[in-house]
Write a protein that binds this ligand. Structure first.
Ligand code: CAO
Length: 461
């Protein structure tokens, strides 16, 4: 028996006003379960919202540029009893309408106001006698996939963290978005930033010399434009969506935060022996504890001793956080992402290792949910599995410090200048925000962290 259902935006984490950047279906299209319907833009990735059931698209209720949230109506889907078996149908609920990008005359037909469907409601048989169209959330959040799309944007705009609407607005005014710093969440460029930029440009005399830019002005040369093809064959590869977004964030953080990096070393000879022993003991559990799990644990203890490292700047205030959500940089085929281990201080190393394995897999598969990358208070970036000795990690704003770790190496050390011993040494590189932290505190932080790794019993003291 055929039935028309309303497909709505599933639980996409703690987000509202998420722009639709692509509509992938049109009326008349046949879809299978899990076929992508629309693409949403979040902070670190794009998300496809997949079809919850097979059917034919009757009417699409959103357009590119519309802003949506959980429960927003996406489209009406004609399903058949055989097709929609196992999908979720709630006949008495009516979905929210998208916040349209267009002028009122162009707005999609309004539906009667009603609460959005509850997340995770259970499947129910479709009943065509029920009157108003049934509503079904698109597949649950686990089915929301990060993808690598939107290589269609203009080259000059590719690095800008702005919604399609803001891009359109900027294009109309001839504003180069790459010159703006966004005031929105995670540096997103908002319409008001474009307006403010235009106003500033119109009221300020053009800078003709370094002096004209004022004391704080940066008078940089334009980016060199080179026709590389003149020198040899080239290939154009658009940056992945994640690279564009993380690049804009990293650029802002590098430019706006006065970074300093302190390097140190930790003696992990005994800890490594313990780690190997522990992994043998828990072999059957399928969890493998890497050095990073111990570092996350040691970071929590160190952050408790040095609270200003577990903080964020808010104007003239320092927001000290009494929770310890530790991010770890994960290398994925599409670029760098930072999943967050919540309440790491309350977990043991095996649980941390398990969480890390699960999150790293989701990251590599492009399935991390936005809220799995949010709320971090401190980040560890480990290149230990890859190599190198020291590097300068960029702080993951609005955090104020990040620990970079490289591959451990054996080193001969002497405590008294006469005798010596071999020590497994872990190279540490702590980058910190000099507006919040001083060099002495950073050196102490590193020392404490290293001492914990040398002897984890110290975390009990
Ligand atoms: N020294 C020596 N060996 C180390 C080590 C270290 N500091 N850290 C990890 N290793 C070893 C592990 O023990 C493992 O060895 P075995 O296979 O023999 O057990 C191997 O290296 C691989 O470890 P891993 O990388 O799978 O595990 P991890 O927990 O250390 O890291 C993750 C997990 C997700 C952080 C990692 O896979 C990753 O993506 N790292 C890259 C992070 C990154 O790109 N940082 C840079 C950001 S700035 O651009």
């Amino acid at each position: 028996m055929s039935e028309t259902i309303a497909v709505t935006v599933p639980d996409i984490g703690d987000f509202s006003d998420v722009p639709v950047i692509e509509v992938l279906v049109k009326p008349g299209d046949s879809v299978k379960p899990e076929d992508p319907l629309i693409t949403l833009e979040s902070n670190k990735s794009t998300m496809d919202v997949p079809a919850p059931a097979a059917g034919t698209v009757e009417e699409v209720k959103v357009r590119v540029g519309d802003k949506v949230a959980k429960g927003t109506l996406i489209l009406m889907l004609a399903t058949s009893a055989s097709q929609d078996a196992g999908t979720e149908v709630k006949a008495e609920q009516k979905p929210q309408q998208a916040e349209p990008s267009a002028a009122p005359a162009e707005k999609a037909e309004a539906l009667p106001a009603a609460p959005p469907p509850a997340a995770g409601a259970t499947p129910a048989a479709a009943d065509s006698d029920r009157g108003p169209p049934a509503s079904v959330q698109a597949a649950p959040t686990a089915g929301v996939r990060a993808t690598d799309v939107d290589a269609r944007t203009d080259q000059g705009f590719v690095n800008a963290h702005a919604s399609p609407l803001v891009r359109k607005f900027a294009r109309e005014l001839g504003v180069d978005l790459s010159r703006l710093t966004g005031s929105g969440p995670k540096g997103r460029i908002l319409e008001q930033d474009v307006r403010a930029y235009v106003k500033r440009e119109l009221t300020q005399p053009p800078a003709t010399s370094p002096a004209a830019t004022g004391v704080g002005g940066i008078d940089l040369l334009p980016w060199p434009k080179v026709d590389f093809a003149k020198f040899g064959p080239v290939e154009i590869k658009p940056l992945s969506r994640i690279k564009k977004i993380s690049g804009a964030n990293l650029h802002r953080n590098w430019v706006m935060i006065p970074h300093v990096t302190n390097h140190d070393e930790a003696d992990i000879t005994e800890l490594e022996a313990f780690r190997v022993k522990l992994n043998k003991e828990i072999e059957k559990s399928g969890v493998k504890v890497s050095m990073l799990a111990f570092m996350i644990k040691a970071a929590c203890t160190t952050l408790k001793k040095f609270p200003e490292f577990n903080a964020s700047l808010d104007g003239d205030n320092l927001v000290l956080k009494n929770f310890y959500h530790i991010g770890f940089a994960a290398d994925t085929p599409n670029g760098l992402v930072v999943p967050v281990i919540r309440d790491a201080d309350k977990k043991g190393v095996v649980e941390i290792a398990k969480d890390m394995g699960d999150l790293a897999k989701l990251a590599r598969d492009g399935k991390l949910k936005p809220d799995q990358m949010q709320g971090g208070t401190f980040t560890i970036s480990s290149l230990g599995g890859i190599g190198g000795t020291y590097f300068t990690p960029i702080i993951n704003a609005p955090e104020v410090a990040i620990m970079g770790v490289c591959k451990s190496f054996w080193k001969q050390v002497s405590a008294d200048g006469k005798t010596s011993a071999w020590q497994l040494t872990l190279p540490l590189s702590l980058s910190w925000d000099h507006r919040v932290i001083d060099g002495a505190a950073a050196a102490r932080f590193n020392g404490h962290f290293a001492n914990l790794l040398a002897d984890m019993r110290r975390s009990l003291v």
